[in-house]
Write a protein that binds this ligand. Sequence first.
Ligand code: CTP
Length: 404
Amino acid sequence: MNDPAPVAETAPGLTRVVLGVTGGIAAYKVAELTRLLVKASVTVDVVMTDAATRFVTATTFQALSGRPVLTDLWQTGADNAMGHIGVSRGADAVLVAPASADFIAKLAHGHADDLLSTLCLARECSLLVAPAMNRQMWANAATQRNVAQLAADGVAILGPDTGELACNENGEGRMLEAPALLAALIASRQPKLLAGKRVLLTAGPTFEAIDPVRGITNASSGKMGFALAQAAAEAGGVVTVVAGPSAVATPSGVTRVDVTSTAQMADAVMVRIGACDVFIGVAAVADYTPAATHEQKLKKTPDALTLTLKPTVDILATVAARAKAPYCVGFAAESHDVERHGEEKRKRKKLPLLIANRAQDALGSDENEVTLLDDGGAHRLPRMGKLALARRLVAEIAQRLPRS
Ligand code: CTP
């Protein structure tokens, strides 16, 4: 079972968000989203439709956001009675969640008969919509037509998920969870530095089997690899992660290929590499694997046990040596002399860019402190959270990509 999606402590690019709540049982999840946004220092203006107030009270959102909740087109408190204009001005995004089938229909047709639909029309910022409804309502041709119209109008449609629905049925129509909505809001504000670029990453540890129940692995969590995958997807990249055993959740919009051993990781990379623009080797790949795997569980004896190990294939060096290699980025975890060992590794593997860090700083931690090594020398970055670092590294990689 995966960990829940990592919850951002900060929300880069977001200062003020308008949350539009329409009538649906999933409105309770937006209470959680409000809390997450406020925790990330984002000002939240909640606007509720009349139907929404039948599911969650305005008092709940007022308490969580610390601001008045707006429900009425005619009583928004604006001096010139132009509240529908004022509410969305200066906002970084408007997110309608849950978005009912009825509200989606209104949006698709440009209706403006309540505060929320009016401010959606009057807004200058991006609009995101998180549908939540019964599976038949979602599948209905009219809803699909309306959603397609919104997408064509540049509205971001978030989900819905498939799963258990409030009506006790199972299917597509479940609203995304609060952390996924927060991630989508943040992603909507990130510059599209990798627009259309195909990015392949490796992440996590590998596991080299000794027998059916034992193996050799390491303490890599996969957090840095998945943070980079998330940042690359936010930047508009088409992202695939080949991951060794890792409990980290797959960021939205990222394709995940699960593998166990180095050999499997190498195979999964090689079949995909031809179509790639960027390859980032973040995985802590085992350098050795048992020369022979025992088919049956090894039995304990009083004698010492000697395992013979053979070297594994170096995935990154193999990719970098290809005739039409993608832009290759390596990681190096060193216990000492980080820059010297890192630069040796970069030269040996023929990489344009290597990201070096102290192994004891990075493994399993939520933060990291790295040095970028390229032909121009060493560039140190300050210590920061892995997601913030990942966004910075994506910007660093994007500016180094050859112009096509
Ligand atoms: N790498 C790889 N395939 C391997 C080993 C490493 O793709 N079989 C990649 C890693 O994903 C990382 C970089 O190469 O990007 C790390 O290089 P490596 O020489 O393995 O570093 P260390 O494991 O730190 O090596 P050493 O033990 O020699 O310091």
